[in-house]
Structure formats: structure tokens, C-alpha cells
Ligand binder design. Sequence first.
Ligand SMILES: [Cu+2]
Ligand SMILES: [Zn+2]
Length: 196
Amino acid sequence: MKRKKSLAIIAMSVVALSACSSESAEGASEDTTTVAATTDESAKAPTAKAALSGTDSEIKMTGEAVYSQDVDGKVTANISVANAEEGAHGIHIHADGSCEDAGKAAGGHWSLEEDSDHGEPNAEESHIGDMGNIVVDAEGNGTLEISLDAWTLGDGAETDVVGHAIIFHADEDDFGQPTGNAGDRHGCGVIELVES
Ligand SMILES: [Cu+2]
Ligand SMILES: [Zn+2]
């Protein structure tokens, strides 16, 4: 008699426990989802990258451009090139996201207004794709860090850097019209969103 009663108690508490644990498991998984979503939005700002390479097999330059966004929404590009010719080279974001046809498929400078002048980055009158020059040293390496107030990243707006191609030019951008006299298109890479 005593044994039966205690068995019954055990059985009941097992039921109670399992009910309880399934509830808390559900609650826990909901919590985890909420935490993960919050982390994605706040701590992990979007990043985009372009891998640059020569527009024909004779050009050995390579490079990488990383676009990142800080907490205030400001977008900064960190660009590095290697195996390039010494000197200053014009570097721009062009309108289209293609490097086909030796970089010609990238189109003209990325610009929000069709008739705006070419210029220095952040100048009152310039294209949103104007990044000025990257200076390459005697070893063939160059770096450029640049922020444009107008840029956004990953929002699909017309100011979004994602989906455009970067062109690394043969010559220096002298900020003359219409595109800075920067010469041939030596390197190219399409800016793509990095999935986090
Ligand atoms: Cu260009
Ligand atoms: Zn321009």
C-alpha cells in the first residue's frame, strides 16, 4: 500500500516535470531567438567587399576593398592593392556591377545626378563614386581609407555602394572633366554584400 502510493506520487511528479520542462524549453528557445535577432541588428553592421583583379591577363594587380559601417551609419572603405605600377591611380566606383569587357561593362562613374561634375571625394560637386587616388609605392602596394558622407551600405537605396564595380585606373585622377583623365581601366571588382 505504501509502495503504491509513492509510485503514484512519482508518476504524478514526472508528468508535472515533463509539462514544466516542455514549457520552459519553449520559453527558452523564444528567448534565444530574440537575443540572436537583436545581436544581428545592433552589433553586426553590414559589410561589403570587392576583390580587384587585372582587366586582362597582362595586368597582375590584385586588391581588396572592404566597406563597413559604423554605429552612426557612416560608411568607410579600406582599399588595398598589390602588384600595381608605382604612382597615383584614380579609383572610382562605377555605375554598373560588372567587370566584363575589360572593365568597360562597369559603365561610367556612379553618380546620383546625370549632369553633375567629376570631382574630389566629398566635394560639393562630385560623383558619389569619386574616391580620388590610391598611391602605390615602389613595391607595388597601396592603401586608401576613405569615407563618403553620401554612402549607405546594404539598404538597397540609390546611395547603397553594394552592386557597383570599383575601377582602378592606369593614371592619376587630376579631377578634370568629365572623369578625371585617369586613363585605362587596369583593375576591377564588384562590391558585394558579405553575409554575416
Ligand atoms: Cu573610374
Ligand atoms: Zn567621377
